[in-house]
Design a protein around this ligand. Structure first.
Ligand code: SF4
Length: 328
């Protein structure tokens, strides 16, 4: 019987799922993913995670609870560094994720907590793949093929994002071939929604902000729609990089959309009590003012956030942009 490996539909899922899914399936495993975030997952996460955790960490716990009893093994990589950019690393909660889960959730299946530090060398991702593959008893030929196909799947996913698809639409397209795109007029408002992918692309966590913006006549742009080259070009505008990978990406993305006023406004989706986000939000706000007073709004999310308040603020923001003449 194939090994059942669980991948929670949260945190780095929105960045790397096609890579890991393809890899494990090519090794012969059954990949089981938690369902999209819902109230039950949120409740379970709030009950299991430590009290002062941010909402994304609570939701991740909830996703783990949802699948832990259906799988032989849970894949929870310890993401450390993906590139050499200043002292950039992942936020401490990411670094400690496997330990947090072990400390808080009872009766976990085996955790595959592979350490990912791609700054160790050019072939580090392959070395990681080889180590995992050997645990699954796969031959070097099978591992190499699985690695190649997984990298190809990730490249395809990233291409879809850069062509303007939102993460969930791109993932669905890769699974089913069913193509969705944002349904807005050509002369719609352009709004950059900036934030960590697990806040921007999880409609339950963010009260379906992207859909609401589309319905109010705005096209949404995200950081994932930009190429690494575009983002690195923007990185040079910062005198010093921030410490955290996703914060840097968000800041570089904000610079891109601020430059030449590529959008009519920027919305920052932020996690309440996230230390990195508090700093990031303030930086973005200052820069938005300096770059010609770009309209900027922060929506801070936690488990108590209600959709009523978010809707009102979104409507007011979009109305203000329309009055400013953003809609052509
Ligand atoms: S970056 Fe912030 S929101 Fe994300 S896991 Fe770390 S503390 Fe939580």
């Amino acid at each position: 019987m194939p090994v059942r490996i669980g991948i929670p539909r949260y945190l780095s899922y929105f960045s790397f799922y096609p890579l890991w899914k393809t890899f494990f399936e090519e090794l012969g495993a059954d990949v089981i993913t938690s369902p999209p975030t819902n109230q039950q997952i949120l409740n379970a996460g709030v009950a299991e995670a430590v009290n002062d955790a941010c909402i994304p960490i609570k939701l991740y716990h909830g996703h783990i609870m949802e699948i832990k009893d259906q799988v032989d093994m849970l894949f929870v990589p310890r993401l450390v560094k993906l590139r050499k950019l200043g002292t950039e690393t992942f936020c401490p909660k990411f670094l400690a994720l496997p330990d947090l889960l072990r400390a808080t959730i009872k009766n976990l299946p085996e955790l595959l907590d592979t350490r990912v530090d791609l700054t160790k060398g050019r072939f580090e991702l392959f070395h990681i793949a080889r180590d995992i593959g050997e645990r699954f008893g796969a031959s070097l030929t099978t591992i190499t093929r699985a690695y190649y196909l997984a990298c190809r799947a990730l490249r395809r996913y990233n291409r879809l994002l850069r062509n303007g698809m939102l993460a969930n639409d791109a993932l669905e397209y890769m699974e089913t071939g069913c193509k969705k795109s944002q349904q807005v007029d050509r002369d719609a408002l352009s709004i950059a929604v900036i934030g960590y992918p697990y806040l921007v692309y999880d409609p339950y966590a963010n009260m379906d902000i992207v859909k609401k913006l589309n319905e109010s006549g705005a096209r949404v742009h995200t950081v994932e729609m930009l190429t690494p080259r575009q983002l690195l070009r923007e990185a040079k505008k910062m005198p010093k990089q921030m410490f955290w990978y996703y914060s840097n990406r968000a800041m570089h993305g904000a610079y891109h959309y601020l430059g030449r006023k590529r959008v009519d406004g920027i919305i920052h989706i932020s996690a309440f009590i996230c230390g990195p986000d508090a700093m990031l939000g303030r930086f973005m706000e200052i820069e938005a003012k300096e770059w010609g007073h770009m309209p900027f709004m922060t929506l801070s999310i936690d488990e108590e956030t209600g959709s009523g308040g978010v809707d009102t603020r979104l409507e007011a923001f979009v109305d203000m942009l329309k009055r400013r003449g953003g809609q052509k």
